[in-house]
Design a protein. Structure first.
Length: 117
């Protein structure tokens, strides 16, 4: 069992930055990949970024490439999403996910990010 808790969401103006954090507990954090998804009302959950267990491999959605950075600190059992140059279309609930037994099998409760124009 893995528990995930996201923090760091909030309200920011377009062009600003936010850093989301996701603290994990319950299993050896350095043994599984982590990721971030986001969702807006009426739409399906959308992939944002993923990072492998070691932290040396990352992958991004085209919509955030060059603006968002995913990284992890295995000593702190935490994965981060640094979001720069935020746009109103980035407004969403952001979810942290862990791929422990299979892809994306554990999820956090989500944190709201709102970008004003």
């Amino acid at each position: 069992q893995v528990q995930l808790v996201e923090t760091g969401g909030g309200l920011v103006q377009a062009g600003g930055s936010l850093r989301l954090s996701c603290a994990a507990s319950g299993r050896t954090f350095s043994s599984y990949a982590m990721g971030w998804f986001r969702q807006t009302p009426g739409k399906e959950r959308e992939f944002v970024a993923t990072i492998n267990a070691s932290g040396r491999g990352t992958y991004y959605a085209d919509s955030v490439k060059g603006r968002f950075t995913i990284f992890r600190d295995n000593a702190k059992n935490t994965v981060y999403l640094q979001m720069n140059d935020l746009k109103p279309e980035d407004t969403a609930i952001y979810y942290c996910t862990a791929s422990v037994h299979r892809s994306y099998d554990y999820w956090g409760q989500g944190t709201q990010v709102t970008v004003s124009s």
